[in-house]
Design a protein around this ligand. Structure first.
Ligand code: HEM
Length: 148
């Protein structure tokens, strides 16, 4: 199987329930970097805990948005450069929100964690490598939106 096939196949499984796997991703992310919870503010209100954040409908919309960006990338594997402009803009927005580029690397680790939990033994070393490449590419492009 090619890397693209491995990515499409594993995503097809995870994307049957994007909300669930997205929550697994963000639960892991907040375990690794609890301070990220503070960056999610809706109506200028901070969440008191990761649990509160993970239960908020506004935050769940963000989970949906993240999974949709990944879905778009998976559906655009043949022409990822076409997403460049969008991803750079998305990077800029996240810089304005206060996200550091390093945190996007932790998101990548959390994504691998969620794929691992979701796919179990079906998540092979080869597909892990394929996902690592795809995600690093996305982060690299988004990071172009960060300015000193
Ligand atoms: C918007 C935080 C990672 C995709 C936002 C917003 C916040 C935020 C506070 C604005 C409120 C909202 O739309 O809910 C974060 C933090 C992240 C993170 C703290 C982790 C470090 C990501 C990742 C993606 C992503 C990895 C996609 C790969 C989006 C999108 C929007 C958004 C598509 C909407 C942008 C728009 O309105 O044009 N993010 N985010 N976020 N985020 Fe994130």
């Amino acid at each position: 199987q090619t890397e693209k096939e491995l990515i499409r196949e594993s995503w097809a499984t995870v994307n049957q329930d994007p909300q669930h796997h997205g929550i697994v991703l963000f639960t892991r992310l907040f375990d690794l970097e609890p301070d990220l919870v503070k960056l999610f503010q809706y109506n200028s209100t901070q969440f008191c805990s990761a649990e509160d954040c993970l239960a908020s409908p506004d935050f769940l919309q963000h989970v949906r948005k993240v999974m949709l960006v990944i879905d778009t990338a998976v559906n655009t594997l043949e022409n990822l450069p076409s997403l460049q402009e969008y991803l750079i803009g998305l990077g800029k927005k996240h810089q304005a929100i206060g996200v550091k580029t390093e945190s996007f690397i932790t998101v990548g680790e959390s994504l691998l964690y969620a794929l691992d939990k979701g796919l179990g033994p079906a998540f092979s070393t080869h597909s892990r490598e394929a996902w690592t490449k795809l995600y690093s590419g996305l982060v690299k492009t988004m990071s172009c939106g960060w300015q000193e």
